[in-house]
Write a protein that binds this ligand. Structure first.
Ligand code: TXA
Ligand code: MG
Length: 313
């Protein structure tokens, strides 16, 4: 089993040391827990893909302590600068041209000439990134295709025997992965996430184009993803006898687990993965999910749900 540590100066130092040695360290961010690895160490990155059971063509997000550090890895044009200044640190990932001298191992970008970067807004993540002083690639700390972890215990359940250290920062704030944007003409929304589209559009003063399967230059858009063990039925009004209900809003039956009884999207996002996990643990044949509006964070929530509901092989 891996070592789970409460946040402390020693734990931060240990995490930084292990990362520099090429080990896998799980750490909290404001979105979900990430499984961190030195992005310059190809052998270590290969072990990360292996631990997650992740198809190696799926590129990773690299985490940095500051915009200044990020500028050493990728080229920021005016639009990218504007977005970084508005939303970093925070749940926004930018896909940008990779610098030739970045030192990032090509396995991280799956050989692409672009790279996904973000500066997370979590005090513990920030401390570890600063102390490690290397770029850290960190996908969500779950086995590939499974629910993203929003608590240290989720990480231990899925990957505990495969990683050196788990830093416990409690439940994550946002509960959904970062929004991924590729600035350009037009700017692409590659993955809806923790920052709603309209907030980003307001900053750049233009509409984002949703990248469909063909526009996306990178995969990571595998159809069945974020999947619990049970199958999912979406937009359900009520649960059938063999189903468990995941409720939303004031109309949900009072006995059901409810993403947000008041219909608050932020609360729903925060609860999404852990509630799916809770229902899944009861091993129902199916989970019925009540309709969730598509506004604001609802876009990301519905996107995750439709992936979780997609047919699997
Ligand atoms: O909130 C988050 O973003 C979390 C936390 C840990 O920071 N991380 C996360 O990473 O969700 P991951 O590896 O699970 O998601 C990476 C996504 C994939 O969908 C991948 O296809 C996309 O980022 N991506 C990475 N590099 C890309 C690139 N160069 N071009 C397009 N998409 C890219
Ligand atoms: Mg993931």
């Amino acid at each position: 089993m891996s070592d789970i540590r409460e946040p402390s100066e020693d734990a931060v130092k240990l995490a930084a040391k292990l990362l520099n040695e090429g080990q896998l360290v799980a750490l909290p961010t404001e979105t979900v827990y990430g499984l961190g690895v030195n992005a310059r160490d190809g052998e270590a990155v290969a072990r990360l893909y292996e631990a997650k059971g992740r198809p190696s063509f799926n590129p990773l997000i690299v985490h940095l302590p500051s915009l200044e550090a990020a500028r050493k890895i990728a080229v920021f044009d005016a639009k990218a600068e504007m977005l970084a200044k508005a939303f970093w640190p925070g749940p926004l990932t930018l896909v940008l041209p990779l610098r030739e001298d970045s030192g990032i191992h090509p396995l991280v970008t799956a050989g692409l000439d672009t790279i996904a970067l973000r500066v997370p807004a979590h005090p513990l993540a920030e401390k570890v990134l600063t102390a490690a002083s290397i770029p850290i690639a960190a996908p969500s700390a779950n086995p590939s295709g499974r629910l993203s972890p929003t608590r240290a215990e989720h990480v231990a359940e899925g990957l505990g025997d495969k990683i050196a250290l788990i830093l416990d920062g409690g439940a994550t704030d946002i509960g959904l992965e970062s929004t991924i944007i590729k600035p350009g003409k037009p700017s692409l929304l590659l993955r809806p996430g923790g920052i709603a589209r309209d907030r980003i559009e307001a900053v750049i003063g233009e509409a984002l184009t949703m990248a469909d399967g063909s526009a996306i230059i990178a995969p990571g858009m595998l159809k069945s993803h974020y999947a619990p063990g049970a199958s999912l039925r979406l937009d359900a009004a009520i649960a059938e006898p063999d189903e468990l209900l995941l409720g939303f809003g004031p109309d949900a039956p009072s006995g059901a687990l409810n993403l947000s009884p008041t219909g608050d999207m932020r609360e729903a996002a925060q609860n999404l993965f852990s509630y799916l996990r809770q229902l899944d643990a009861q091993k129902p044949s199916r989970i019925a999910v009540m309709p969730i509006p598509h506004e604001g964070l609802g876009e990301a929530i519905n996107e995750r749900l439709s992936r979780a509901a997609a047919p699997r092989d």
